[in-house]
Design a protein around this ligand. Structure first.
Ligand SMILES: CC(C)(COP(=O)(O)OP(=O)(O)OC[C@H]1O[C@@H](n2cnc3c(N)ncnc32)[C@H](O)[C@@H]1OP(=O)(O)O)[C@@H](O)C(=O)NCCC(=O)NCCS
Length: 171
């Protein structure tokens, strides 16, 4: 499925027009493993954060070709985990488009972008232990499962997560 789909999926740096996509991603169903839906003000702040990541990382919309339909988000950003600077990655695909391998391909593309930055050795993902699709994505992209951990996301919300780690192919 990955090979069939990969020519139709593109990731595009986050832009001002993507605010509407962010509101669509913010449904209770989509956000159940991510601390629940956010209010309008939090979404506007998140959108600004995505636009202003600068050299700390990059967010992308996931776009289907040829219509350029926007179906989700993916990205990587700098974080500090156990006193080490690393990238973290995260992803979302709208319900209508799930189950087609889109998140897996988009995340693979985002990892290639993160590798090209030549900045950190590792990229981590911290999906909830109750999120089988996200854990499957990590497994399929050859992340190593390091351990279960308690993770705060968003600030103030603690959940049990798997710490998955992938060594980036740097130049
Ligand atoms: C997680 C999410 C991005 C997955 O998107 P998607 O495009 O449907 O994912 P993919 O189709 O690339 O693949 C997911 C893999 O998970 C597997 N999967 C899906 N649901 C599963 C389940 N309930 N149990 C086990 N595996 C499951 C799929 O079978 C697929 O593996 P396969 O290709 O080997 O069959 C999507 O469900 C989502 O946006 N959820 C809400 C936001 C979220 O939780 N984000 C994750 C933050 S870490």
């Amino acid at each position: 499925m990955i090979t069939e789909q990969s020519n139709y999926i593109k990731i595009k740096p986050w832009e001002d027009d993507d605010l509407d996509l962010l509101f669509r991603i913010n449904s209770p169903e989509m956000m159940k493993h991510l601390g629940g839906s956010e209010g309008k003000e939090q979404i506007l702040k998140r959108h600004k954060r995505y636009l202003e990541l600068g050299n700390k990382g990059r967010m992308y919309s996931i776009t289907l070709l040829p219509e350029l339909e926007k179906v989700g988000s993916v990205g990587y950003w700098q974080t500090n985990f156990n006193n080490e600077d690393v990238y973290e990655t995260g992803w979302s695909v709208l319900p209508l488009f799930q189950g087609k391998g889109i998140a897996t391909i988009a995340t693979k593309l985002a990892i290639e972008e993160a590798s090209a930055m030549n900045k950190f050795k590792y990229i981590h993902a911290f999906p909830s232990i109750d999120n089988p699709a996200s854990n499957a994505i990590c497994r399929k992209l050859n992340f190593n499962l390091i351990s279960e951990c308690e993770f705060e996301y968003p600030p103030g919300n603690y959940m049990r997560c798997n710490n998955w780690r992938l060594e980036l192919n740097r130049n």
